[in-house]
Design a protein around this ligand. Structure first.
Ligand code: GTP
Ligand code: MG
Length: 328
Protein backbone atom coordinates (compact mmCIF):
# COMPACT_ATOMS: atom_id res chain seq x y z
CA UNK A 1 0.00 0.00 0.00
CA UNK A 2 2.67 2.45 1.11
CA UNK A 3 4.86 1.89 -1.91
CA UNK A 4 1.96 2.12 -4.37
CA UNK A 5 0.89 5.41 -2.81
CA UNK A 6 4.40 6.69 -3.29
CA UNK A 7 4.39 5.69 -6.96
CA UNK A 8 1.05 7.38 -7.43
CA UNK A 9 2.49 10.65 -6.21
CA UNK A 10 5.59 10.37 -8.35
CA UNK A 11 3.78 9.80 -11.65
CA UNK A 12 1.73 12.87 -12.34
CA UNK A 13 2.32 13.79 -15.96
CA UNK A 14 3.13 11.77 -19.05
CA UNK A 15 6.84 12.54 -18.90
CA UNK A 16 6.99 10.89 -15.46
CA UNK A 17 6.30 7.56 -17.21
CA UNK A 18 9.42 5.54 -18.02
CA UNK A 19 10.42 5.86 -21.66
CA UNK A 20 8.31 8.95 -22.25
CA UNK A 21 10.34 12.02 -23.10
CA UNK A 22 8.93 15.35 -24.24
CA UNK A 23 8.77 14.21 -27.89
CA UNK A 24 6.83 11.00 -27.15
CA UNK A 25 4.62 12.90 -24.71
CA UNK A 26 3.58 15.40 -27.36
CA UNK A 27 2.92 12.57 -29.84
CA UNK A 28 0.73 10.85 -27.27
CA UNK A 29 -1.16 14.04 -26.45
CA UNK A 30 -1.66 14.75 -30.14
CA UNK A 31 -3.13 11.25 -30.54
CA UNK A 32 -5.58 11.91 -27.71
CA UNK A 33 -3.73 10.23 -24.84
CA UNK A 34 -3.21 13.24 -22.63
CA UNK A 35 -3.61 11.63 -19.22
CA UNK A 36 -2.21 8.68 -17.30
CA UNK A 37 -5.76 7.28 -17.21
CA UNK A 38 -6.18 7.41 -20.98
CA UNK A 39 -2.94 5.48 -21.38
CA UNK A 40 -3.82 2.96 -18.69
CA UNK A 41 -6.89 1.78 -20.62
CA UNK A 42 -5.25 1.75 -24.06
CA UNK A 43 -4.06 -1.43 -25.74
CA UNK A 44 -0.35 -1.63 -26.66
CA UNK A 45 -1.33 -1.94 -30.34
CA UNK A 46 -3.38 1.24 -30.49
CA UNK A 47 -0.88 3.22 -28.44
CA UNK A 48 2.00 2.06 -30.60
CA UNK A 49 0.16 2.97 -33.79
CA UNK A 50 -1.15 6.29 -32.50
CA UNK A 51 2.14 7.59 -31.14
CA UNK A 52 4.51 5.86 -33.55
CA UNK A 53 6.43 4.06 -30.80
CA UNK A 54 7.59 0.44 -30.68
CA UNK A 55 5.12 -2.09 -29.29
CA UNK A 56 7.42 -3.01 -26.40
CA UNK A 57 7.71 0.64 -25.37
CA UNK A 58 3.93 0.97 -25.52
CA UNK A 59 3.58 -2.09 -23.28
CA UNK A 60 6.02 -0.66 -20.76
CA UNK A 61 4.27 2.74 -20.72
CA UNK A 62 0.85 1.15 -20.23
CA UNK A 63 2.11 -1.01 -17.39
CA UNK A 64 3.63 1.99 -15.63
CA UNK A 65 0.39 3.94 -16.06
CA UNK A 66 -1.63 1.07 -14.62
CA UNK A 67 0.74 0.69 -11.67
CA UNK A 68 0.50 4.42 -11.03
CA UNK A 69 -3.29 4.17 -10.90
CA UNK A 70 -3.19 1.21 -8.56
CA UNK A 71 -4.75 -1.21 -11.04
CA UNK A 72 -3.56 -4.36 -9.32
CA UNK A 73 -4.66 -7.31 -7.20
CA UNK A 74 -6.86 -6.43 -4.26
CA UNK A 75 -7.60 -8.49 -1.19
CA UNK A 76 -11.15 -9.67 -0.57
CA UNK A 77 -11.28 -7.39 2.46
CA UNK A 78 -10.38 -4.39 0.33
CA UNK A 79 -13.18 -5.41 -2.04
CA UNK A 80 -15.62 -5.58 0.88
CA UNK A 81 -14.59 -2.13 2.10
CA UNK A 82 -14.93 -0.70 -1.41
CA UNK A 83 -18.42 -2.13 -1.79
CA UNK A 84 -19.56 -0.77 1.54
CA UNK A 85 -18.12 2.62 0.64
CA UNK A 86 -19.77 2.63 -2.81
CA UNK A 87 -21.62 5.84 -3.50
CA UNK A 88 -25.18 5.95 -4.81
CA UNK A 89 -27.48 8.32 -6.66
CA UNK A 90 -31.20 8.34 -5.83
CA UNK A 91 -33.59 7.71 -8.72
CA UNK A 92 -36.30 9.88 -7.15
CA UNK A 93 -38.33 6.78 -6.30
CA UNK A 94 -37.77 5.11 -2.93
CA UNK A 95 -39.14 1.86 -4.37
CA UNK A 96 -36.68 1.88 -7.24
CA UNK A 97 -33.79 2.88 -4.93
CA UNK A 98 -34.59 -0.02 -2.62
CA UNK A 99 -34.70 -2.42 -5.55
CA UNK A 100 -31.23 -1.20 -6.55
CA UNK A 101 -29.86 -1.59 -3.04
CA UNK A 102 -29.96 2.15 -2.32
CA UNK A 103 -29.75 3.79 -5.74
CA UNK A 104 -27.54 3.87 -8.81
CA UNK A 105 -24.04 2.81 -7.84
CA UNK A 106 -20.74 4.35 -8.90
CA UNK A 107 -17.92 2.24 -10.37
CA UNK A 108 -20.32 0.23 -12.49
CA UNK A 109 -22.71 0.30 -15.41
CA UNK A 110 -26.46 0.27 -14.80
CA UNK A 111 -28.57 -0.62 -17.81
CA UNK A 112 -32.28 0.20 -18.14
CA UNK A 113 -33.93 -1.82 -20.87
CA UNK A 114 -37.50 -2.03 -22.02
CA UNK A 115 -39.98 -1.14 -24.73
CA UNK A 116 -40.67 2.39 -25.99
CA UNK A 117 -42.31 4.64 -23.43
CA UNK A 118 -41.26 2.59 -20.40
CA UNK A 119 -39.42 5.56 -18.88
CA UNK A 120 -35.76 4.94 -19.78
CA UNK A 121 -35.18 8.51 -20.98
CA UNK A 122 -37.15 10.01 -18.09
CA UNK A 123 -34.96 8.12 -15.60
CA UNK A 124 -31.83 9.45 -17.36
CA UNK A 125 -33.10 13.03 -17.07
CA UNK A 126 -33.94 12.54 -13.41
CA UNK A 127 -30.50 11.10 -12.62
CA UNK A 128 -28.72 13.98 -14.38
CA UNK A 129 -30.50 16.26 -11.90
CA UNK A 130 -30.27 14.03 -8.83
CA UNK A 131 -26.51 13.47 -9.05
CA UNK A 132 -26.16 17.18 -8.29
CA UNK A 133 -27.93 16.88 -4.93
CA UNK A 134 -25.76 16.83 -1.80
CA UNK A 135 -24.77 13.37 -0.56
CA UNK A 136 -27.26 13.47 2.34
CA UNK A 137 -30.11 14.04 -0.15
CA UNK A 138 -29.10 11.22 -2.46
CA UNK A 139 -26.69 12.97 -4.80
CA UNK A 140 -22.91 13.04 -5.07
CA UNK A 141 -22.16 16.73 -4.47
CA UNK A 142 -19.98 17.55 -1.49
CA UNK A 143 -19.99 21.10 -0.17
CA UNK A 144 -19.40 23.51 -3.04
CA UNK A 145 -18.13 20.71 -5.24
CA UNK A 146 -21.17 20.03 -7.43
CA UNK A 147 -21.28 16.60 -9.06
CA UNK A 148 -21.84 16.98 -12.80
CA UNK A 149 -23.41 14.73 -15.42
CA UNK A 150 -22.48 13.96 -19.01
CA UNK A 151 -25.48 13.22 -21.24
CA UNK A 152 -24.71 11.42 -24.49
CA UNK A 153 -27.91 11.56 -26.51
CA UNK A 154 -28.04 9.26 -29.53
CA UNK A 155 -31.74 9.67 -30.31
CA UNK A 156 -32.34 13.39 -29.92
CA UNK A 157 -34.83 12.89 -27.11
CA UNK A 158 -33.15 15.09 -24.49
CA UNK A 159 -35.47 17.90 -23.26
CA UNK A 160 -34.12 20.71 -21.11
CA UNK A 161 -37.70 21.50 -20.11
CA UNK A 162 -37.82 18.20 -18.24
CA UNK A 163 -34.56 19.05 -16.44
CA UNK A 164 -36.09 22.37 -15.43
CA UNK A 165 -39.19 20.69 -13.99
CA UNK A 166 -37.16 18.04 -12.19
CA UNK A 167 -34.75 20.61 -10.71
CA UNK A 168 -37.64 22.68 -9.35
CA UNK A 169 -38.95 19.59 -7.60
CA UNK A 170 -35.89 19.67 -5.29
CA UNK A 171 -35.87 23.44 -4.96
CA UNK A 172 -32.70 23.71 -7.07
CA UNK A 173 -31.97 26.61 -9.43
CA UNK A 174 -32.86 25.11 -12.84
CA UNK A 175 -30.32 27.18 -14.77
CA UNK A 176 -27.51 26.14 -12.43
CA UNK A 177 -28.56 22.51 -12.73
CA UNK A 178 -28.52 22.77 -16.54
CA UNK A 179 -25.07 24.33 -16.41
CA UNK A 180 -23.79 21.17 -14.76
CA UNK A 181 -25.12 18.81 -17.42
CA UNK A 182 -22.69 18.44 -20.30
CA UNK A 183 -24.83 17.46 -23.27
CA UNK A 184 -23.67 15.99 -26.55
CA UNK A 185 -25.57 14.50 -29.46
CA UNK A 186 -23.81 11.44 -30.88
CA UNK A 187 -24.40 11.34 -34.62
CA UNK A 188 -23.30 7.78 -35.28
CA UNK A 189 -21.74 4.82 -33.50
CA UNK A 190 -18.15 5.86 -34.25
CA UNK A 191 -18.86 9.31 -32.87
CA UNK A 192 -20.48 7.75 -29.82
CA UNK A 193 -17.37 5.67 -29.14
CA UNK A 194 -15.04 8.61 -29.78
CA UNK A 195 -16.97 10.69 -27.23
CA UNK A 196 -16.38 8.08 -24.55
CA UNK A 197 -12.68 7.88 -25.44
CA UNK A 198 -12.53 11.66 -25.13
CA UNK A 199 -14.12 11.48 -21.68
CA UNK A 200 -10.85 10.03 -20.36
CA UNK A 201 -9.40 13.48 -21.00
CA UNK A 202 -12.42 15.52 -19.84
CA UNK A 203 -13.48 13.73 -16.66
CA UNK A 204 -10.23 14.40 -14.73
CA UNK A 205 -10.74 18.14 -15.22
CA UNK A 206 -14.39 18.26 -14.12
CA UNK A 207 -16.21 16.73 -11.17
CA UNK A 208 -18.22 14.36 -13.37
CA UNK A 209 -19.96 11.66 -11.35
CA UNK A 210 -22.49 10.37 -13.87
CA UNK A 211 -22.20 9.45 -17.54
CA UNK A 212 -25.43 8.67 -19.40
CA UNK A 213 -25.71 7.04 -22.82
CA UNK A 214 -29.31 7.16 -24.09
CA UNK A 215 -29.47 4.83 -25.95
CA UNK A 216 -26.38 2.65 -26.11
CA UNK A 217 -27.65 0.42 -28.92
CA UNK A 218 -29.65 2.65 -31.30
CA UNK A 219 -26.86 3.61 -33.71
CA UNK A 220 -25.30 0.16 -33.61
CA UNK A 221 -28.58 -1.55 -34.51
CA UNK A 222 -29.20 0.86 -37.38
CA UNK A 223 -25.66 0.67 -38.78
CA UNK A 224 -25.12 -3.07 -38.38
CA UNK A 225 -28.49 -4.63 -39.19
CA UNK A 226 -29.25 -8.30 -39.53
CA UNK A 227 -27.56 -11.52 -38.58
CA UNK A 228 -24.67 -11.09 -40.99
CA UNK A 229 -23.49 -7.97 -39.12
CA UNK A 230 -24.06 -9.32 -35.64
CA UNK A 231 -20.44 -10.26 -34.96
CA UNK A 232 -19.08 -6.86 -36.00
CA UNK A 233 -21.78 -5.03 -34.06
CA UNK A 234 -21.10 -7.04 -30.95
CA UNK A 235 -17.36 -6.53 -31.23
CA UNK A 236 -17.76 -2.75 -31.42
CA UNK A 237 -20.34 -2.66 -28.65
CA UNK A 238 -18.09 -4.74 -26.42
CA UNK A 239 -15.24 -2.31 -26.84
CA UNK A 240 -17.58 0.61 -26.15
CA UNK A 241 -18.92 -1.04 -22.98
CA UNK A 242 -15.42 -1.93 -21.87
CA UNK A 243 -14.39 1.72 -22.12
CA UNK A 244 -17.47 2.80 -20.16
CA UNK A 245 -16.79 0.22 -17.45
CA UNK A 246 -13.19 1.46 -17.21
CA UNK A 247 -14.33 5.05 -16.93
CA UNK A 248 -16.71 4.11 -14.09
CA UNK A 249 -14.04 2.18 -12.24
CA UNK A 250 -11.14 4.61 -12.57
CA UNK A 251 -13.06 7.78 -11.75
CA UNK A 252 -15.55 6.35 -9.25
CA UNK A 253 -18.51 7.53 -11.30
CA UNK A 254 -21.83 5.98 -12.29
CA UNK A 255 -22.53 4.97 -15.88
CA UNK A 256 -26.17 4.63 -16.91
CA UNK A 257 -27.13 3.24 -20.30
CA UNK A 258 -30.47 2.52 -21.94
CA UNK A 259 -31.42 -0.15 -24.40
CA UNK A 260 -34.73 -0.29 -26.25
CA UNK A 261 -35.96 -3.83 -26.63
CA UNK A 262 -39.17 -5.26 -27.98
CA UNK A 263 -41.06 -7.90 -26.09
CA UNK A 264 -41.92 -11.00 -28.09
CA UNK A 265 -45.60 -11.79 -27.83
CA UNK A 266 -45.05 -14.48 -30.46
CA UNK A 267 -42.92 -16.58 -28.14
CA UNK A 268 -44.85 -19.41 -26.53
CA UNK A 269 -41.90 -21.34 -25.17
CA UNK A 270 -39.22 -19.75 -23.09
CA UNK A 271 -39.12 -16.19 -21.80
CA UNK A 272 -41.41 -13.79 -23.74
CA UNK A 273 -39.45 -10.83 -22.36
CA UNK A 274 -36.30 -11.91 -24.20
CA UNK A 275 -35.69 -9.00 -26.56
CA UNK A 276 -35.63 -9.42 -30.31
CA UNK A 277 -32.02 -9.87 -31.38
CA UNK A 278 -30.99 -11.13 -27.96
CA UNK A 279 -29.41 -9.37 -25.04
CA UNK A 280 -26.58 -7.51 -26.71
CA UNK A 281 -25.22 -6.42 -23.36
CA UNK A 282 -25.33 -9.81 -21.73
CA UNK A 283 -21.68 -10.04 -20.90
CA UNK A 284 -21.09 -6.52 -19.62
CA UNK A 285 -20.66 -6.16 -15.89
CA UNK A 286 -23.12 -4.22 -13.74
CA UNK A 287 -26.80 -4.07 -12.98
CA UNK A 288 -29.56 -4.66 -15.52
CA UNK A 289 -33.04 -3.32 -14.88
CA UNK A 290 -35.98 -4.34 -17.01
CA UNK A 291 -38.82 -1.82 -17.31
CA UNK A 292 -42.42 -2.65 -18.20
CA UNK A 293 -45.54 -0.57 -18.58
CA UNK A 294 -48.35 -0.90 -16.09
CA UNK A 295 -51.59 1.06 -15.75
CA UNK A 296 -51.43 4.81 -16.54
CA UNK A 297 -48.16 6.37 -15.47
CA UNK A 298 -47.12 3.30 -13.47
CA UNK A 299 -44.04 1.35 -14.48
CA UNK A 300 -42.67 -1.96 -13.20
CA UNK A 301 -38.93 -2.39 -12.68
CA UNK A 302 -37.22 -5.74 -12.28
CA UNK A 303 -33.57 -6.56 -11.56
CA UNK A 304 -32.13 -9.09 -13.98
CA UNK A 305 -29.08 -11.20 -13.14
CA UNK A 306 -27.25 -8.87 -10.75
CA UNK A 307 -25.07 -11.17 -8.68
CA UNK A 308 -25.04 -8.88 -5.63
CA UNK A 309 -28.74 -7.89 -5.57
CA UNK A 310 -31.75 -10.02 -4.67
CA UNK A 311 -34.21 -10.65 -7.48
CA UNK A 312 -37.38 -8.63 -7.23
CA UNK A 313 -39.86 -6.21 -8.75
CA UNK A 314 -41.18 -2.82 -7.81
CA UNK A 315 -43.51 -0.08 -9.08
CA UNK A 316 -42.65 3.57 -9.73
CA UNK A 317 -44.46 6.39 -11.55
CA UNK A 318 -43.54 9.02 -14.16
CA UNK A 319 -44.97 12.40 -13.16
CA UNK A 320 -44.71 16.01 -14.38
CA UNK A 321 -41.93 16.54 -11.84
CA UNK A 322 -40.11 13.30 -12.59
CA UNK A 323 -39.61 9.76 -11.30
CA UNK A 324 -41.51 9.12 -8.06
CA UNK A 325 -43.39 6.53 -6.00
CA UNK A 326 -47.08 5.74 -6.60
CA UNK A 327 -47.94 6.96 -3.09
CA UNK A 328 -46.18 10.36 -3.51
P1 GTP B 1 -38.01 4.98 -26.01
O1 GTP B 1 -36.84 5.93 -25.96
O2 GTP B 1 -38.96 5.32 -27.10
O3 GTP B 1 -37.59 3.56 -26.05
O4 GTP B 1 -38.87 5.16 -24.66
P2 GTP B 1 -38.36 5.49 -23.19
O5 GTP B 1 -38.35 4.23 -22.41
O6 GTP B 1 -37.14 6.31 -23.19
O7 GTP B 1 -39.57 6.34 -22.63
P3 GTP B 1 -39.53 7.78 -21.98
O8 GTP B 1 -38.59 7.86 -20.86
O9 GTP B 1 -39.43 8.77 -23.05
O10 GTP B 1 -40.95 7.76 -21.29
C1 GTP B 1 -42.03 8.25 -21.91
C2 GTP B 1 -43.10 8.29 -20.85
O11 GTP B 1 -42.84 9.38 -19.96
C3 GTP B 1 -44.39 8.52 -21.53
O12 GTP B 1 -45.31 7.59 -21.00
C4 GTP B 1 -44.75 9.91 -21.14
O13 GTP B 1 -46.11 9.98 -20.88
C5 GTP B 1 -43.97 10.18 -19.87
N1 GTP B 1 -43.59 11.60 -19.82
C6 GTP B 1 -42.70 12.22 -20.58
N2 GTP B 1 -42.69 13.54 -20.31
C7 GTP B 1 -43.59 13.72 -19.32
C8 GTP B 1 -44.05 14.86 -18.60
O14 GTP B 1 -43.62 15.99 -18.80
N3 GTP B 1 -45.01 14.65 -17.65
C9 GTP B 1 -45.50 13.42 -17.37
N4 GTP B 1 -46.43 13.29 -16.43
N5 GTP B 1 -45.11 12.33 -18.05
C10 GTP B 1 -44.16 12.47 -19.01
MG1 MG C 1 -35.96 7.10 -24.71
Amino acid sequence: MVSSKKTKKEIKTLTDLPGVGPATASKLIEAGYSTIEAIAVATPQELSAAAGIPLTTAQRIIKAARDALNIRFKTALELKKERLAAKRITTGSKNLDDLLGGGIETKMITEFFGEFGTGKTQICHQLAVNVQLPVEKGGLSTGDNIAKAVYIDTEGTFRWERIEAMAKRWGLDPDKVMENILYIRAINSDHQMAIVDELFNIVPKENIKLVIVDSITGHFRAEYPGRENLAMRQQKLNRHLHQLARLAEIYDLAVVITNQVMARPDVFYGDPTQPVGGHVLYHAPGVRVQLRKSRGNKRIARIVDAPHLPEGETVFVITDYGIADPED
